[in-house]
Design a protein around this ligand. Structure first.
Ligand code: ZN
Ligand code: ZN
Length: 332
């Protein structure tokens, strides 16, 4: 009986709340199925009931906090979904976690706004997401803010401000930020040119895990910029960069071994590096491989194989490959 009374009181309170203007203007919620924002009980876009989520591990639809299929917790499922790396399926989870203030999700949401994916292109909204993520002292947010202001793509270019963002990102452990700082010291555009400082930044970034920093430090040693000139050190740093995944370094090693610059000429090694770089999407290496097969440089001359590489290079955006293909293949 008492329990019944409570239920009635609760129902009455709920009704009052629903009728009052404060409750009528409910904050929008993010649909976990399609990622739309809605205010009603069901999603205006896909009709899913508020709070329904699909388990990222087993696909079961759920309303409660734990998956009825596999027991995975909702937040855990949403995090796996949001940070899966595949843009489209991640979207509802990204938008939901971003609304909760998750800095990683905010940085991802900025990408959707920046590129107009599933949301209208909105550079201001993108910058806003990054600013919000930077409030949580999240390094990658400072890095992205630095890039935006460095390039001036969607905001007025401000490399002084960019340098401050890169500095903070570097302090928070973002290896890539050191590369920008090093480049600023090298160019002397927003800071006093200081090659030694540039080399120091590249070394710090390389040690923090950015292979492009090793690549830039290698160049410092190759030309004696901010360090002593030391080609052996340069070559071993190019190799370090390549082993760390830098396609630019792989391509450059291909060039060095092919030309015999800084290293003993070695066509076999050159082609091996070019192939690795090409596998990492490097268009210049694809061109070099096309040329090698076309001229029979270290391989048995093979026009079909040459065309195959030039086609890959064209698809990777090399306009010069298109020109060569037009010459090699008679137009129908
Ligand atoms: Zn929906
Ligand atoms: Zn499940």
């Amino acid at each position: 009986m008492i329990r019944n009374l409570w239920v009635r009181l609760l129902a009455a309170a709920l009704l009052l709340c629903l009728l009052s203007p404060a409750c009528a203007e409910e904050a929008p919620w993010v649909c976990l199925i399609c990622g739309s924002e809605s205010t009603g009980k069901t999603c205006a876009s896909c009709s899913a009931v508020r709070g329904v989520w699909d388990c990222y591990a087993c696909g079961t639809g759920n309303l409660s906090d734990a998956c009825s299929g596999c027991g995975l917790h909702r937040e855990e499922s949403l995090r796996s979904q949001a940070f899966s790396g595949s843009l489209l399926p991640a979207f509802p989870a990204v938008r939901y976690l971003a609304a909760e203030g998750d800095p990683g999700a905010l940085c991802l949401l900025a990408k959707y706004y920046e590129n107009g994916i599933l949301l209208p292109r909105d550079p201001d909204a993108a910058a806003f997401c990054l600013m919000k993520a930077s409030d949580a002292d999240y390094g990658p947010a400072f890095l992205e803010l630095g890039k935006i202001y460095d390039q001036g793509k969607s905001v007025a270019q401000d490399q002084f401000l960019a340098a401050r963002y890169f500095q903070r990102a570097a302090e928070l452990g973002c290896a890539e930020a050191y590369w920008y700082l090093g480049t600023y010291y090298e160019e002397g555009a927003v800071v006093t040119r200081d090659y030694a400082k540039a080399a120091e930044m590249f070394r710090a970034g390389g040690e923090a895990g950015d292979p492009e920093c090793w690549m830039s430090l290698a160049y410092c040693y190759a030309v004696g910029m901010g360090t002593d000139r030391d080609t052996a050190a340069a070559v071993s740093l190019y190799e370090k960069a390549a082993e760390g995944g830098s396609a630019l370094a792989m391509d450059y090693l291909g060039y060095l071994y092919m030309s015999g610059e800084m290293v003993p000429q070695d066509t076999e090694k050159a082609l091996a590096w070019y192939t690795r770089a090409a596998e990492h999407g490097n268009g210049r290496s694809m061109m070099a491989l096309g040329y090698a097969w076309y001229t029979g440089q270290g391989v048995e001359q093979d026009l079909a194989e040459a065309i195959r590489w030039y086609e890959k290079a064209a698809l990777a955006g090399r306009a010069d490959a298109v020109e060569i293909l037009e010459r090699l293949q008679p137009q129908p």
